[in-house]
Design a protein around this ligand. Sequence first.
Ligand code: ASP
Length: 291
Amino acid sequence: MVSSIIVHGGAKTISKDKARANTAGCMAAVQAGWSILTGGGNAKDAVEAAIRVLEDNPTFNASIGATLDSDGEVFLDAAIMEGKTYGWGGVAAVQKVRHPISVARKIMENKSMLLVSKGAEQFAAERGDEMCAPSELISDEQRREWEEQEAVLDRPATVGCVALDDNGLLVAGTSTGGLANQPPGRVGDSALVGCGLYADNNLGACSTTGDGESIIPVVLAKTAIDFLVENRHPQQAAQMAIDKLASQVKGEAGCILLDHQGQVGWAYNSQDMAVAYMTAKMDKIAVFTKK
Ligand code: ASP
């Protein structure tokens, strides 16, 4: 078993002028998580830290810079799961929290549950999480694209992270602003255990991205992990999960996957996908916008 971490910045189209921001953002997130893993921290801390870096970066559709719904508002979903006790926590349709992944983490440490809207915001405020005005999450770029109703090809997408620590703990986390122009009240897959993320210490852990309405019926994260049986390599398992989604429900999606040994896999059927990873076997971070 080797400690490992992988992050994604979403299955999407990445235009040339946004490639560098995507790779730099994913590398910064891996660095944040990796320094925790190598400093003796656990995979829960590493996943939370990496996703907080991505949530702060307007290149991605999570917290700051999230896409707007059809009413011009931002609503955030996030969840985290660990593979030892199968504990998990999630938030959906929240507006006033700066780091939904940290609220999800606190829910997981308290009692596994998915909290939505005001209840999640109240939980966050009571536990001293960083709160904000909903407008603080809206970037100039996302506001302009919404106002002009531009047909944008390279919109930001969901973020996620999977990590394995020295003790064999596997953790997955995902954070998103949902789909651009989604109807008010729509919640996708990202905060749903089995769909947007899953972790099982015996097999592996996975975070997904893409069309939530296609990911949900395929239970994409759990499906990818189930393909790890019989020591299948995570590269092959990730590809099989995406192929299954494409053949059963069409739609675009991507996933990142670690197995219980820390081997890495990822696959997508969108145009591009921003991914970076690091393992104890490597001497520098690998980063991609395409496979
Ligand atoms: N899966 C997210 C959702 O459907 C969107 C994304 O991954 O870009 O809400």
